[in-house]
Design a protein around this ligand. Structure first.
Ligand code: GLN
Length: 485
């Protein structure tokens, strides 16, 4: 039995029955990393020593008969834009190549407190800008289903690690699709919770009004367990929602009879690969068979989501990334003539192409004379998109679509066509603009590559998404498919 291939809840059962120890589980994951990491390249930093020490600490607690939580002793990977005290946190950017944070992000601190074992920090698109992880300043990550293809992005390392068995679950961040799209490409479960449900304290900011932390897991049960750990109010994040979080496992119910599901027609339009559409239609048939009422609906402003996103996200990025000046963090050129020269050349050397492109776009749309025409207009469009969802949720319990227009594409296929790359997120971006939760679950393979089904819900109604996802998973085999590496 290869422990690295099990889910967190399966491992927990074995742990409590004393069939395995946390140290054995962790060792199995590191053995798997030794076997496949050369091919997949999920990680930027591996923290084996501290992981083994933590696993032994958990075993000690169990041996002493202390109460441990349901994810105790389970190995987890963390996207490298989440601050970890004493452990390098780079955002896959050369400008932060040597940054060691003095504190830990709240979401990670909660995992530590739940006795989870951090295995390492995962590769990503630089500052989470991208859809393929090819914008990393350090390395490419490869899709475990086909090593010539991308894992998706920007949380590609976190998705690939779980799909390859190099971690049992992982954390990513999602600003416009960066958890859901790589989850779809790698055949795992990925969720972007409601904006404000998970504290962003210690998440390096890309576009603060859109960013949200969420988990990648092998199944929906693990997703509920992970949300139980990371959700909740945090006074350190002023946008954190002060509401009582439910126990998400109560939604792991195999029953969706009478549930109303809307299919926004704009999400099934041209541009979606016909074979992907087939899989989504088959999923719709399955949900209907299981007792849901499914019908077509419309979110009329969908076409404007992409342009609005690329104005708002870049505007916020240009402001957030102003802090990397060679003084406070990371890279500083040594041979500058004066301080202005030092700022300029540190930023020029430290940031990659895509990051520079976005800083320029964002600075432009925020500048006097263009602010009203672009940035302010985009904010108004954002409100219209939010209203589309509000109206739809008066009629439906949730909305359904493909997660991504295609399956994983080849490495290098889109790097010279940023617009084509941006279009990867047509189905995921509106969700971030509206601040609502969405989950991607596996719904089959096309030519051996995973397809993701996206379920979108009302704000703070992650429970309904879990329930439908769980029912779908229990009545199909797609969740059990694993890549042959
Ligand atoms: N691909 C989108 C972008 O590049 C989304 C990225 C994300 O969600 N972090 O902005």
């Amino acid at each position: 039995m290869d422990l690295s291939q099990l889910t967190a809840h399966e491992l927990h059962d074995r742990l409590l029955k004393k069939e395995v120890s946390a140290a054995e589980i962790t060792a199995a994951v590191f053995k798997r990393i030794d076997q496949v990491e050369d091919k997949v390249k999920s990680y930027l930093t591996i923290t084996k020593e501290s992981a083994m020490a933590k696993a032994q600490e958990v075993d000690g607690k169990i041996a002493r008969g202390e109460q441990v939580g349901p994810l105790a002793g389970v190995p987890i990977a963390i996207k490298d834009n989440l601050c970890t005290e004493g452990i390098r946190t780079t955002c896959a950017s050369k400008i932060l190549y040597n940054f060691v944070p003095p504190y830990t992000a709240t979401a990670v601190a909660k995992l530590n407190a739940a006795d989870m074992v951090m295995v390492g920090k995962t590769n990503m698109d630089e500052f989470a800008m991208g859809s393929s992880t090819e914008n990393s300043g350090f390395q490419l990550t490869y899709n475990p289903w086909d090593l010539e293809r991308v894992p998706g992005g920007s949380s590609g390392g976190s998705a690939a690690a779980v799909a390859a068995g190099e971690a049992i679950l992982s954390l990513g961040s999602d600003t416009g699709g960066s958890i859901r799209q790589p989850a779809a490409f790698c055949g795992v479960v990925g969720m972007k919770p409601t904006y404000g449900a998970v504290s962003r304290y210690g998440l390096v900011a890309y576009a603060s009004s859109l960013d949200q932390i969420g988990p990648f897991t092998k199944d929906v049960t693990d997703m509920a367990l992970a949300l139980n750990v990371i959700c909740g109010y945090d006074p350190m994040d002023s946008t954190s929602a002060n509401i009582k979080q439910p126990d998400f496992t109560q939604y792991l119910v195999n029953d969706i009879k009478g549930m109303k599901i809307g299919i926004p027609r704009e999400y099934m339009a041209e541009g979606i690969d016909p074979q992907v559409k087939e899989k989504i239609k088959a999923a719709i048939d399955k949900l209907t068979e299981l007792g849901a009422h499914v019908e077509e609906t419309s979110l009329p402003h969908t076409d404007y989501a992409m342009p609005a996103y690329y104005l708002i996200a870049t505007a916020e990025a240009s402001s957030n990334l102003a802090r990397y000046d060679g003084v406070r963090y990371g890279l500083r050129v040594e041979d500058a003539e004066d301080v202005v020269d030092m700022y300029m050349r540190s930023r020029s050397r430290g940031f990659g192409h895509e990051v520079k492109r976005r800083i320029m776009l964002g600075t432009y749309s925020l500048s006097a004379g263009y602010y009203d025409a672009y940035y302010l207009k985009a904010l108004k469009v954002r409100t219209l998109i939010k209203r589309d969802f509000d109206r739809a949720f008066e009629q439906y319990d949730l909305l359904l679509s493909p997660t991504s227009p295609s399956t994983a594409f080849k490495v290098g296929e889109m790097v010279n066509d940023p617009l084509q790359m941006y279009l990867q997120d047509v189905c995921t971006i509106p969700v971030n603009l509206a601040g609502i939760p969405a989950i991607s679950i596996p719904c089959g393979l096309v030519n051996g590559l995973p397809v993701g089904l996206q379920l979108m819900g009302k704000a703070f109604d992650e429970g309904t998404l879990l329930r439908v996802a769980y029912t779908f998973e229990q009545n199909t085999d797609f969740g059990r498919l694993r890549p042959q590496l």
